[in-house]
Design a protein around this ligand. Structure first.
Ligand SMILES: Nc1ncnc2c1ncn2[C@@H]1O[C@H](COP(=O)(O)OP(=O)(O)OP(=O)(O)O)[C@@H](O)[C@H]1O
Ligand SMILES: [Mg+2]
Length: 220
Protein backbone atom coordinates (compact mmCIF):
# COMPACT_ATOMS: atom_id res chain seq x y z
CA UNK A 1 0.00 0.00 0.00
CA UNK A 2 2.84 2.37 0.95
CA UNK A 3 6.48 2.47 -0.10
CA UNK A 4 8.90 5.16 1.05
CA UNK A 5 12.31 5.39 -0.61
CA UNK A 6 15.00 7.57 0.84
CA UNK A 7 12.50 10.00 2.27
CA UNK A 8 14.01 12.96 4.09
CA UNK A 9 12.71 16.07 5.76
CA UNK A 10 14.60 19.05 7.07
CA UNK A 11 13.99 22.54 8.35
CA UNK A 12 16.15 25.46 7.28
CA UNK A 13 17.48 27.15 10.42
CA UNK A 14 19.98 29.80 11.44
CA UNK A 15 22.75 27.20 11.59
CA UNK A 16 21.84 25.43 8.35
CA UNK A 17 19.62 22.48 7.76
CA UNK A 18 18.30 20.48 10.63
CA UNK A 19 17.08 17.07 9.58
CA UNK A 20 13.98 15.60 11.17
CA UNK A 21 13.76 12.46 8.99
CA UNK A 22 16.79 10.72 7.46
CA UNK A 23 16.83 8.22 4.60
CA UNK A 24 13.55 6.60 5.52
CA UNK A 25 12.87 3.38 3.64
CA UNK A 26 9.65 1.71 4.60
CA UNK A 27 7.05 -0.62 3.21
CA UNK A 28 3.56 -0.99 4.61
CA UNK A 29 1.42 -3.69 3.09
CA UNK A 30 -2.34 -3.51 2.81
CA UNK A 31 -3.92 -5.00 5.94
CA UNK A 32 -0.93 -4.43 8.22
CA UNK A 33 -1.11 -2.92 11.69
CA UNK A 34 2.16 -1.09 12.25
CA UNK A 35 3.36 0.72 15.37
CA UNK A 36 5.86 3.58 15.28
CA UNK A 37 7.73 4.13 18.54
CA UNK A 38 10.62 6.29 19.68
CA UNK A 39 11.60 9.11 22.00
CA UNK A 40 10.02 12.55 21.96
CA UNK A 41 11.29 14.53 18.98
CA UNK A 42 12.27 11.39 17.03
CA UNK A 43 10.10 12.44 14.08
CA UNK A 44 7.08 10.16 14.61
CA UNK A 45 4.38 12.80 14.14
CA UNK A 46 6.32 14.27 11.23
CA UNK A 47 6.42 10.88 9.50
CA UNK A 48 2.74 10.28 10.16
CA UNK A 49 1.76 13.66 8.66
CA UNK A 50 3.73 12.83 5.54
CA UNK A 51 2.03 9.41 5.29
CA UNK A 52 -1.29 11.22 5.71
CA UNK A 53 -0.56 13.62 2.81
CA UNK A 54 -0.74 16.57 5.20
CA UNK A 55 2.86 17.63 4.60
CA UNK A 56 4.42 17.92 1.16
CA UNK A 57 7.75 19.51 2.11
CA UNK A 58 10.12 16.54 1.91
CA UNK A 59 12.43 14.81 -0.56
CA UNK A 60 12.57 11.22 -1.77
CA UNK A 61 9.90 8.92 -3.11
CA UNK A 62 6.51 7.99 -1.71
CA UNK A 63 4.28 5.54 -3.48
CA UNK A 64 0.72 5.12 -2.22
CA UNK A 65 -1.45 2.47 -3.88
CA UNK A 66 0.34 3.00 -7.17
CA UNK A 67 0.18 6.80 -6.95
CA UNK A 68 3.52 8.60 -7.08
CA UNK A 69 2.91 11.04 -4.25
CA UNK A 70 6.30 12.78 -4.79
CA UNK A 71 5.08 13.92 -8.21
CA UNK A 72 1.72 15.17 -7.02
CA UNK A 73 0.43 18.67 -6.58
CA UNK A 74 -0.79 19.61 -3.08
CA UNK A 75 -4.41 19.49 -4.23
CA UNK A 76 -4.03 15.94 -5.54
CA UNK A 77 -2.48 14.84 -2.26
CA UNK A 78 -5.39 16.32 -0.33
CA UNK A 79 -7.77 14.32 -2.53
CA UNK A 80 -5.94 11.09 -1.65
CA UNK A 81 -6.20 11.97 2.03
CA UNK A 82 -9.93 12.64 1.79
CA UNK A 83 -10.61 9.49 -0.17
CA UNK A 84 -8.54 6.90 1.69
CA UNK A 85 -7.26 8.15 5.02
CA UNK A 86 -8.61 8.68 8.53
CA UNK A 87 -6.21 10.65 10.71
CA UNK A 88 -6.15 10.98 14.50
CA UNK A 89 -3.98 13.95 15.45
CA UNK A 90 -1.88 14.01 18.59
CA UNK A 91 -3.58 17.31 19.49
CA UNK A 92 -7.02 16.35 18.12
CA UNK A 93 -7.46 19.22 15.60
CA UNK A 94 -11.22 19.32 15.88
CA UNK A 95 -12.85 22.28 14.19
CA UNK A 96 -13.60 24.72 17.00
CA UNK A 97 -16.65 26.41 15.54
CA UNK A 98 -18.41 23.17 14.60
CA UNK A 99 -20.31 20.98 17.03
CA UNK A 100 -19.36 17.37 17.73
CA UNK A 101 -22.09 16.28 15.31
CA UNK A 102 -20.81 18.60 12.58
CA UNK A 103 -17.18 17.56 13.13
CA UNK A 104 -18.19 13.94 12.57
CA UNK A 105 -20.12 14.83 9.44
CA UNK A 106 -17.10 16.44 7.73
CA UNK A 107 -15.36 13.24 6.53
CA UNK A 108 -18.69 11.97 5.20
CA UNK A 109 -19.14 15.16 3.23
CA UNK A 110 -15.84 14.36 1.43
CA UNK A 111 -17.11 10.97 0.25
CA UNK A 112 -20.11 10.12 -1.83
CA UNK A 113 -22.32 9.32 1.13
CA UNK A 114 -25.99 10.22 0.68
CA UNK A 115 -27.16 12.89 3.12
CA UNK A 116 -29.86 10.58 4.50
CA UNK A 117 -27.20 7.97 5.31
CA UNK A 118 -24.88 10.61 6.72
CA UNK A 119 -27.24 11.45 9.58
CA UNK A 120 -27.67 7.76 10.43
CA UNK A 121 -23.91 7.16 10.37
CA UNK A 122 -23.18 10.14 12.62
CA UNK A 123 -25.83 8.97 15.09
CA UNK A 124 -24.47 5.40 15.10
CA UNK A 125 -20.97 6.70 15.69
CA UNK A 126 -22.03 9.00 18.53
CA UNK A 127 -23.64 5.95 20.08
CA UNK A 128 -20.64 3.67 19.52
CA UNK A 129 -18.32 6.17 21.23
CA UNK A 130 -20.77 6.92 24.06
CA UNK A 131 -20.91 10.63 23.23
CA UNK A 132 -24.57 10.99 22.21
CA UNK A 133 -25.07 13.53 25.00
CA UNK A 134 -22.28 15.71 23.58
CA UNK A 135 -23.53 15.95 20.01
CA UNK A 136 -24.42 19.66 20.10
CA UNK A 137 -21.43 20.84 22.13
CA UNK A 138 -18.37 22.55 20.67
CA UNK A 139 -14.88 21.08 21.20
CA UNK A 140 -14.02 23.74 23.81
CA UNK A 141 -16.94 22.44 25.89
CA UNK A 142 -15.46 18.92 26.04
CA UNK A 143 -12.80 17.44 28.30
CA UNK A 144 -9.47 16.47 26.72
CA UNK A 145 -10.39 12.79 26.73
CA UNK A 146 -13.78 13.49 25.16
CA UNK A 147 -12.11 15.53 22.42
CA UNK A 148 -9.80 12.59 21.81
CA UNK A 149 -12.79 10.23 21.48
CA UNK A 150 -14.38 12.59 18.95
CA UNK A 151 -11.07 12.76 17.07
CA UNK A 152 -10.94 8.94 16.85
CA UNK A 153 -14.62 8.79 15.87
CA UNK A 154 -14.00 11.32 13.10
CA UNK A 155 -11.06 9.28 11.80
CA UNK A 156 -13.03 6.04 11.48
CA UNK A 157 -16.51 7.25 10.54
CA UNK A 158 -16.09 7.25 6.76
CA UNK A 159 -14.58 3.75 6.54
CA UNK A 160 -11.06 4.78 5.49
CA UNK A 161 -8.71 2.20 3.92
CA UNK A 162 -5.88 3.56 6.07
CA UNK A 163 -6.04 4.85 9.64
CA UNK A 164 -3.12 6.93 10.90
CA UNK A 165 -3.33 7.49 14.65
CA UNK A 166 -0.93 9.65 16.65
CA UNK A 167 -1.14 8.68 20.35
CA UNK A 168 -4.88 8.00 19.97
CA UNK A 169 -5.43 6.97 23.59
CA UNK A 170 -2.98 9.31 25.37
CA UNK A 171 -5.70 11.17 27.26
CA UNK A 172 -8.10 8.33 27.93
CA UNK A 173 -8.73 6.21 30.98
CA UNK A 174 -7.16 2.77 30.49
CA UNK A 175 -10.50 1.02 29.89
CA UNK A 176 -11.50 3.61 27.27
CA UNK A 177 -8.06 3.29 25.73
CA UNK A 178 -8.53 -0.47 25.50
CA UNK A 179 -11.90 0.06 23.85
CA UNK A 180 -10.28 2.20 21.15
CA UNK A 181 -7.52 -0.37 20.63
CA UNK A 182 -10.11 -3.16 20.37
CA UNK A 183 -11.96 -1.08 17.77
CA UNK A 184 -8.73 -0.66 15.77
CA UNK A 185 -8.08 -4.40 16.05
CA UNK A 186 -11.55 -5.18 14.74
CA UNK A 187 -11.22 -2.70 11.85
CA UNK A 188 -7.82 -4.17 11.03
CA UNK A 189 -9.30 -7.66 10.95
CA UNK A 190 -11.84 -6.30 8.49
CA UNK A 191 -8.97 -5.23 6.23
CA UNK A 192 -8.21 -1.65 7.27
CA UNK A 193 -4.49 -0.83 7.34
CA UNK A 194 -3.42 0.91 10.54
CA UNK A 195 -0.32 2.86 11.49
CA UNK A 196 -0.24 4.06 15.08
CA UNK A 197 2.26 6.12 17.03
CA UNK A 198 2.41 5.28 20.71
CA UNK A 199 4.62 5.35 23.78
CA UNK A 200 2.54 2.53 25.29
CA UNK A 201 3.82 -1.06 25.17
CA UNK A 202 0.25 -2.27 25.74
CA UNK A 203 -0.99 -0.40 22.65
CA UNK A 204 2.02 -1.53 20.63
CA UNK A 205 1.09 -5.15 21.38
CA UNK A 206 -2.02 -4.72 19.22
CA UNK A 207 0.14 -4.17 16.15
CA UNK A 208 1.98 -6.70 13.97
CA UNK A 209 5.38 -5.05 14.13
CA UNK A 210 7.19 -2.06 15.55
CA UNK A 211 9.21 0.52 13.66
CA UNK A 212 11.66 2.28 15.97
CA UNK A 213 12.58 5.88 15.16
CA UNK A 214 15.39 7.79 16.85
CA UNK A 215 16.63 11.23 15.82
CA UNK A 216 14.89 10.84 12.48
CA UNK A 217 16.44 7.47 11.63
CA UNK A 218 14.77 4.09 11.51
CA UNK A 219 16.68 1.75 13.80
CA UNK A 220 17.42 -1.62 12.28
N1 LIG B 1 8.54 24.05 12.21
C1 LIG B 1 9.61 23.41 12.71
N2 LIG B 1 10.83 23.95 12.63
C2 LIG B 1 11.92 23.30 13.11
N3 LIG B 1 11.88 22.08 13.67
C3 LIG B 1 10.68 21.50 13.78
C4 LIG B 1 9.48 22.12 13.30
N4 LIG B 1 8.45 21.28 13.53
C5 LIG B 1 8.98 20.20 14.14
N5 LIG B 1 10.31 20.32 14.28
C6 LIG B 1 11.23 19.33 14.90
O1 LIG B 1 11.00 18.07 14.35
C7 LIG B 1 11.39 17.08 15.30
C8 LIG B 1 10.40 15.94 15.26
O2 LIG B 1 9.14 16.36 15.76
P1 LIG B 1 7.91 15.37 15.88
O3 LIG B 1 6.73 16.16 16.27
O4 LIG B 1 7.81 14.57 14.64
O5 LIG B 1 8.38 14.42 17.09
P2 LIG B 1 7.64 13.17 17.74
O6 LIG B 1 8.51 11.99 17.52
O7 LIG B 1 6.25 13.12 17.26
O8 LIG B 1 7.68 13.52 19.32
P3 LIG B 1 6.55 13.32 20.46
O9 LIG B 1 6.72 11.90 20.96
O10 LIG B 1 6.97 14.31 21.52
O11 LIG B 1 5.22 13.61 19.90
C9 LIG B 1 11.51 17.77 16.64
O12 LIG B 1 12.85 17.83 17.00
C10 LIG B 1 10.96 19.17 16.38
O13 LIG B 1 11.63 20.15 17.11
MG1 LIG C 1 4.44 13.46 18.13
Amino acid sequence: MITLRNLEKFYEGGYGRSYVLRRINMEIREGEFVTIMGPSGAGKSTLLSILGMLDGAWTGEFEFQGHMVHRMKPRERVELNKKYIGFVFQSYHLIDNLTVYENLDIPLSYRNVKSSERAALVCDTLDRFHIVGKRDLFPSQLSGGQQQLVAVARAVIANPRLILADEPTGNLHSSQGREIMELFKKLNEEGVTIVQVTHSEANAAYGHRIVQLADGWILK
